[in-house]
Ligand binder design. Structure first.
Ligand code: UDX
Length: 447
């Protein structure tokens, strides 16, 4: 009998995981405590923008014409406990309000609510990013609460998907990492991931703490790489160097590589910023805070980028104040191909300028609705051209392809001043300058 899977928490990670598991051939039951989400997903719709996800869901959600019917959703804990052999916990672990530590309340409550219904053998697999030590703590709690006793086990299986590539990353992960306490748990997870592993995906078996740490270490490394190149951008600006050329040149060394060396206004989103902070907080609790003090610097270089962009914009509008100035902001999402505005550097810059009296008009291809919810007082335009109309300076803050394809001549005709600052080093300086724009980029010579 093929394994039956459940997915607890159908946000970004859970919805993608559930649909991907159905694609791999499993019967899947997804649970969320929010009935509106369940209703939406049951109709094959997703509450966020993610390329390919809606199509994947529609291919499998029961009740949709032509679907495999392998994927259904519920709000009942009892139902998922009866249904599943393997339960994936995919709830989020945000940053605690006013603290660096991670808020474990959603993970904890998922285990507390599921465990009392576990009467048959089950493997409960955490996918959320958690502080090291969580899996062992939750395994002890499951042993206390589950009627199945030792037949209910815990494993940890961190998720590395990137927004914008979630479907591809879940169906074809570059590695599967599992933290297990028994050979049985390993066997079940090998069964779940048999398809990608047969296609060459490495399957790394570890203990709980190592599996938990792999995720936080990977994100810490990526954040460090971005802050490294942004630190180089600061030095390039001071010494008239070109960070784009520098990144290209050092990236040819394949020990360094080209990826994650794009200098600009820095990293944001729902993962990297909060994960490095939670990592520092946890290391502190364990008495290993010195090991991660460099992450404080990584964070501070990153936050400095936003302030630097505000200063470049201020210089562009005369160097004094933003009062009476119109600022066009291209981009609101924390990265392209996403409508996610959580901790978005673009919106942070837009918000700072707005608070200093600038008249800010934002345009983003997909992130407008979420941006409006977060910053209702900013101006929003329906197109890039409308955002730029009458602008004293244009800030390019999220590198959507649409912005790389803009016609600088057409935009120049509607802008009050042809002055653009590229906060992502993704536009062609030559093309903009040829159309009469003053073009400034971060970490690059100004002319
Ligand atoms: C990240 C990790 O990549 C992923 O493995 C993990 O599971 C979750 O966190 P994600 O948050 O989707 O994924 O975005 P990512 O593509 O990593 O980008 C994060 C931020 O870094 C974005 O704001 C992006 O604009 C910025 N970035 C990325 C840079 O500023 N420069 C770069 O070179 C790369």
């Amino acid at each position: 009998m093929p394994l039956k899977l459940t997915v607890i928490g159908t946000g970004y990670l859970g919805a993608t995981h559930a649909a991907a598991m159905a694609e791999l051939g499993f019967e899947v039951l997804g649970l969320d405590i929010d009935p509106r989400k369940i209703e939406l997903l049951s109709a094959g719709k997703v509450p966020m923008y993610e390329p390919g996800l809606e199509d994947l869901l529609a291919r499998h959600v029961a009740g949709i014409a032509g679907s495999t019917g392998r994927l259904s959703f519920t709000t009942s804990w009892e139902e998922i406990a009866e249904f599943g052999d393997v339960h994936f916990v995919c709830v989020n672990t945000p940053q605690k309000h006013g603290e660096y530590a991670c808020d474990m309340s959603y993970v904890d409550s998922a285990f507390e609510l599921l465990a009392p219904h576990l009467r048959r053998p089950a493997l409960v697999v955490g996918k959320s990013t958690v502080p090291v030590g969580s899996a062992a703590r939750l395994a002890a709690r499951l042993a206390e609460l589950a009627p199945a006793g030792a037949d209910a086990e815990v494993a940890w299986n961190p998720e590395f998907l990137r927004e914008g590539f979630a479907v591809q990353d879940t169906l074809h992960p570059d590695r599967v990492v599992v933290g297990v306490a028994s050979a049985h748990a390993e066997k079940l997870l090998r069964e779940v991931y048999a398809t990608p592993v047969s296609e060459g995906t490495p399957f790394v078996v570890a203990d709980y703490p190592t599996a938990e740490l792999v995720k936080t270490a990977a994100n810490a490394f990526l954040a460090t790489k971005i802050s490294f190149i942004n630190a180089m951008a600061e030095v390039c600006e001071a010494g008239d160097g070109d960070v784009v050329k520098l990144a290209e040149a050092i990236g040819h060394d394949d020990r360094i590589g080209h990826k994650f060396l794009r200098a600009g206004i820095g990293f944001g989103g729902g993962c990297l910023p909060k994960d490095i902070r939670a990592f520092m907080a946890r290391a502190g609790e364990l008495g290993a805070d010195q090991a991660l003090t460099f992450l404080r610097e990584v964070d501070s270089i990153n936050m400095r980028r936003r302030g630097h962009m505000v200063e470049l914009a201020r210089e562009a509008v005369g160097g004094d104040s933003f009062l009476g100035k119109r600022i066009a902001v291209l981009g609101a999402a924390f990265k392209p191909d996403s409508d996610d505005v959580r901790d978005s550097p673009a919106l942070n810059v837009a918000g700072q300028i707005h608070l200093q009296g600038g008249q800010v008009t934002v345009y983003d291809p997909k992130g407008m609705d979420n941006a409006r919810l977060l910053f209702p007082t900013l101006g929003y335009a329906a197109t890039a051209l409308d955002a730029v109309r009458g602008a004293d300076v244009v800030l390019h803050l999220t590198e959507w392809r649409e912005f790389q394809e803009l016609d600088p001549t057409a935009l120049g005709e509607v802008a009050a001043t042809r002055h653009i600052i590229d906060g992502r080093n993704a536009l062609s300086p030559a093309a903009w300058r040829a159309a009469g724009w003053k073009f400034r980029a971060m970490g690059r010579p100004s002319a």
